[in-house]
Design a protein around this ligand. Structure first.
Ligand code: CAA
Length: 398
């Protein structure tokens, strides 16, 4: 078999208010991922970390590697990557490239933050600061997405109710995941009755502030088979990745050029010689409903302008039958950012973890897609549509 790059281990801490620092959480998640791979810290040759909002430090990955005793060591490459919420997927692509370039055989990727343990005013000030110069009212990030949601409503006829259906659907999925913060499904009326944050955005539609960390270990299949015991069938391949960039915050005139997910998805599909029809599970970034709707269109699940109706069909089915089977709506089965929990730049990692669980048939009876998916697509979005990174996982041309 030709060498492929595989996700050989995954690990996460609980998500919620944990009262532990981002560094402590990162260390715990990384040790869990190593244990899942059957590896020790000393087996790592590379480490990539994304920055935290709660405790921003210079060269965060170096801080973590030093703290964990991974440095100094001769054969060790350490890198911090900041593409906002796209960071975990950018890091996955970078890890794959490092291995394919022959720089390393194993690389860990870790993301962690503790933004729920932060004082709420401090969080708001730091989050607003991340889009300094945007002129958006506080809270700036929800307002930035809200402007784009309003644009979509005017241009494509997305309704206020269709936006609210996104977290309502995901609350039903989150309630089936033992680790998700949202424990009780809710409906559209409850979303629309929750406190207003921006003109067409309410609290239940916002990425949910959380503490948490997640990590994964990536390895070349030939190296892993030679040195470790875990069967490769339990280690999905990173088939391809794609990346593209947009502006840091919405420009005065919003138009289709703002979005970068289309291009990132196209690169990932073309490299893999696959199309959307080859994907069985999607983890699409949904920090606010408009991000999810736009992603559905960008990856080709529906035509541009058709995502509102796509979601409404699913919501009607759920309302009629009281539930959706995982295969009927194979998206964000962990619950997504508003319902699973969103520790700033960590959430795309939860998308990867759910994809790995689905691809290896280990998502449990309530969430597992049957038959087991062959391929998954994971999309991470940074800033306000400022960075897009897409990965295709599972079977494919490597
Ligand atoms: N579901 C359920 N409850 C929620 C919720 C959600 N999705 N979001 C917030 N809440 C609840 C909180 O738990 C809290 O409840 P309690 O009072 O019972 O503790 C209450 O709403 C108030 O929330 P906050 O404590 O956060 O305080 P707030 O009122 O000052 O702020 C908010 C509310 C403006 C919605 C704030 O939570 C917020 O800004 N959320 C969005 C966070 C965000 O922007 N994340 C980044 C998204 S963009 C991205 O992911 C890309 C990237 O590059 C990072």
């Amino acid at each position: 078999m030709a060498t492929s790059v595989r996700i050989v281990g995954v690990g996460a801490t609980p998500v919620g208010r944990l009262g532990r620092s981002a560094e402590e959480l990162a260390e715990a998640a990384l040790d869990r991922a190593l244990a899942d791979a059957g590896m020790a810290r000393g087996d790592l040759q590379g480490l990539i970390a994304v920055p935290s909002l709660s405790n921003p430090t210079f060269m965060q990955a170096h801080q973590l590697a030093t703290r964990m005793g991974l440095l100094p060591r001769k054969r060790m490459i350490v890198r911090t990557i900041d593409t906002g919420g796209a960071g975990p997927i950018t890091s996955l692509g970078t890890a794959r490239n490092m291995i394919l370039s022959g720089w390393t055989d194993t690389v860990a990727v870790v993301a962690s933050d503790a933004v729920l343990s932060m004082d709420r005013e401090a969080f708001r000030a730091r989050a607003d600061e991340s889009v300094r110069g945007s002129g958006l009212p506080s809270p700036a990030i929800p307002h930035g997405y809200d402007r784009i949601a309003q644009w979509h409503m005017r241009r494509h006829g997305v309704t206020r109710e269709q936006l609210a259906m996104v977290p309502a659907i995901f609350s039903h999925f989150a309630a089936r995941h033992p680790d998700a913060m949202c424990r009780r499904p809710f409906g559209v009326a409850e979303v629309l009755a929750s406190p207003r944050v921006a003109p067409v955005t309410n609290v239940l539609e916002c990425a949910r502030r959380a503490d948490g960390a997640a990590a994964l270990v990536v390895a070349s299949s030939s190296h892993f088979r030679r040195h470790f015991q875990k069967p490769l069938e339990l280690c999905p391949a990173i088939v391809s990745t794609g990346e593209a960039s947009g502006p840091l915050y919405p420009p005065a005139e919003i138009d289709e050029d703002l979005f970068s997910c289309e291009r990132a998805a196209r690169i990932a599909f073309e490299t893999a010689q696959l199309s959307v029809r080859d994907i069985d599970f999607f983890a699409l970034y949904d920090c606010f409903p408009i991000c999810f709707l736009r992603a559905l269109e960008a990856v080709g699940c529906c035509p541009v302008g058709g995502a509102g109706e796509f979601v409404e069909r699913a919501w009607r089915k759920l309302s009629t039958h009281g539930a959706l089977a995982p295969a009927e709506f194979p998206f964000n089965l962990h619950g997504g950012l508003a319902c699973f929990g969103a520790p700033w730049e960590v959430p795309a990692m939860y998308g990867v973890l759910e994809a790995v669980a689905q691809l290896t048939g280990r998502a449990g009876p309530d969430r597992q897609i049957a038959p087991k998916p062959r391929r998954a697509l994971v999309y991470g979005n940074g800033g306000i549509f400022s960075a897009s990174a897409v990965a295709v996982l599972g079977d494919g041309v490597y």
